[in-house]
Ligand binder design. Structure first.
Ligand SMILES: *[C@@H]1O[C@H](CO)[C@@H](O)[C@H](O)[C@H]1NC(C)=O
Length: 490
């Protein structure tokens, strides 16, 4: 690939034939020599000093010229280890305001975290706090902070996957849905919380607000699959008490380690219930300690156990564990708080692969009868590691995915947008509803206004802008006989 004659670029033509594929936002793969990787920054600087057409910029600086990648970069560049989320919250406030959102910073107080921290709650100007669909994720990360590093295909940095990839793609998805008029302003709100990686205080705080949603889409790394749910978690501390004595006279003491071994052996071999959706319940003996020296009968021993629950309920597992430890001399088990039950998610949208997960999320922390969807870019396998990363292509896919989820929710079931108590929001019957799916049956509406996803958009524009997605939506049909919609012009 030849661009302009700069020393770096001339060097490219002599580069070895090892090539990388440069994946561009608009779906084209360009084969470029590997040496470009190292020279990328130099080239960026040189190009920025001369006038170049926009398409060159897209090639040379895909991050800077992409709203999605640059938002993601800005988020990842701000350290936000749990307890230190103020700066990233303020960044999001400014960003979202500049995109026409009304933003509320919701202070979160927690004795463990003395600094100022905020959840970010946003909805489009002209919309309302009580939009029926919520897109949500978290802005805190695990420690330590790892700086943003841009690669050709991949972005590295703490939070690049968990969960700033979800945050960025949810925001861009909402922006695009609005810009393309696939949704009205009162359809979707955004919530980005603190504290997900530790005690869930950010999400739990939302229960003190009088907010309800029909459907909540949680953003976490699910490899772009729709989660059927995630396992529950319970942690157990096992303690054994004995009596110390000289190891040469064991009959004078009581060996706590022997009791502990007995107890842990039983736990390790316990058959625990599973479920078809979430799979096996697994038990991990993560920490063991006991005794002070080889020639002393140990007086105490301790172990810590984590159980990932694939069964329907925590209690099904608890009963079996308690039973197994019953009657083992000197051994006592304490269940740690909090534990959480397995979470079963809605996955009734077509066109998605599904996945069962074994990690915790904020889902159980948000009370309410909303439908729960869990979806996001990236893999949990790299999420907390020292090489946390995300593929740029996954970010783009996630934007499409979130858009399909929102539209799938709206298509699958007519979602009530307006407050039924407000009479002025009742719209007269509308016969010629503009619905893209030809098989959608339109009947006379009886009550309040409801958003039909494609209703307010221009059909022709829609076809041009989103043809590929449209094909996938055709299979998602309304399940309710009443299908109403709102027309802004009425
Ligand atoms: C679940 O447990 C069964 C029986 O213990 C085992 O054969 C199977 O491989 C386990 N499944 C997974 C996914 O680990």
């Amino acid at each position: 690939m030849r661009l302009y004659a700069s020393p770096s670029l001339i060097a490219l033509s002599a580069a070895p034939l090892v090539v990388h594929s440069l994946q561009l936002p608009f779906g084209i793969d360009i084969q470029i020599p590997a040496v470009l990787d190292a020279h990328l920054n130099t080239i960026k600087t040189q190009i920025s000093q001369i006038q170049v057409p926009a398409f060159i910029n897209k090639i040379i600086d895909p991050t800077g010229s992409s709203p999605l990648l640059s938002l993601h970069r800005d988020l990842v560049s701000i350290p936000s280890v749990t307890g230190n989320e103020e700066q990233v919250a303020r960044f999001l406030e400014t960003y979202l305001q500049s995109k026409g959102f009304k933003v509320e910073l919701i202070p979160i107080q927690s004795p463990e975290y003395p600094k100022k921290r905020y959840n970010v709650f946003a909805y489009p100007e002209g919309g309302s706090r009580s939009a029926p669909i919520l897109l949500t994720s978290h802005i805190d990360t695990v420690p330590p902070f790892l700086p943003f590093k841009d690669g050709l295909r991949t972005v590295h940095g703490r939070g690049s996957c968990d969960a700033k990839a979800s945050v960025a793609s949810q925001i861009i998805a909402a922006e695009e849905l609005l810009a393309q008029k696939h949704i009205t302003e009162d359809t979707v709100s955004l919530l980005f919380v603190v504290g997900e990686e530790t005690n869930g205080d950010g999400m739990r705080h939302m229960n003190t607000y009088d907010l309800k949603w029909d459907a909540v889409v949680f953003g976490e790394p699910t490899e772009l699959k729709l989660a059927v749910g995630h396992k529950g978690l319970a942690m157990l501390e096992v303690e054994a008490k004995g009596r110390a004595s000289h190891s040469g006279y064991p009959n004078l003491g009581i060996n706590a380690n022997s009791h502990m071994i007995n107890a842990l052996y039983k736990l390790d071999n316990l058959k625990l219930p599973s479920s078809d959706l979430l799979g096996n319940t697994t038990l991990n003996i993560g920490v063991m300690s006991g005794g002070v020296a080889a020639n002393v009968i140990p007086a105490s021993a301790k172990a810590e156990v984590a159980i990932r629950i694939g069964a329907e309920h925590f209690i099904d597992v608890k009963v079996l564990v308690d039973d197994a430890l019953k009657g083992i001399e000197g051994v006592e088990a304490t269940w740690k708080q909090p534990h959480y039950d397995p979470v079963f998610c809605d996955h009734d949208l077509e066109g998605f692969e599904t996945i069962a997960l074994s990690y915790g999320t904020d889902i159980p922390n948000l009370k309410g009868r909303h439908k729960k969807y869990l979806y996001g870019p990236g893999s949990i396998l790299v999420a907390h590691g020292d090489n946390e990363k995300i593929d740029k292509s996954d970010l783009y896919e996630a934007v499409k995915g979130y858009k399909r989820i929102v539209r799938g929710i709206l298509n699958a079931k007519a979602v009530v947008v307006a407050d039924p108590a407000k009479s002025e929001t009742v719209v007269p019957p509308v016969k010629a509803a503009v619905v893209v799916e030809p098989s959608v049956q339109v009947v006379e509406p009886e009550v309040e206004k409801v958003v039909v996803p494609e209703a307010s958009g221009d059909k022709e524009d829609y076809k041009k802008s989103d043809d590929e997605e449209k094909v996938e939506y055709v299979t998602i049909l309304p399940v309710e006989p009443i299908y109403k919609h709102e027309r802004k012009n009425d």
